[in-house]
Design a protein around this ligand. Structure first.
Ligand code: SF4
Length: 83
């Protein structure tokens, strides 16, 4: 359940922020959050992280080589170098 309560990957964070929360004490919004951009063409994935073209945390290092899966806790791993 850590992925829902303490997401580490920026894409997971973005997805969870786009979910409407009825009855929440969080300030109501006129519009849901969105992840800008388009999903990548699976036949032409970008070098490095596939999420880089849409990621708010992207740096040059994200685009250079495949991103390794890294442990971030005893029960969580993430494929992100800035998690
Ligand atoms: S590796 Fe870089 S581009 Fe990919 S999710 Fe992490 S911060 Fe974003």
């Amino acid at each position: 359940m850590d992925v829902f309560h303490n997401p580490k990957h920026p894409y997971t964070q973005g997805l969870l922020q786009s979910v409407p929360r009825f009855g929440s004490s969080v300030q109501k919004k006129d519009r849901l959050d969105v992840i800008e951009g388009m999903v990548p063409n699976l036949l032409h994935l970008p070098d490095g992280c596939s999420f880089a073209p849409r990621c708010y945390k992207k740096t040059v290092e994200c685009t250079l080589s495949p991103i390794p899966l890294q442990p971030v806790s005893e029960r969580q791993e993430v494929r992100c170098i800035h998690a």
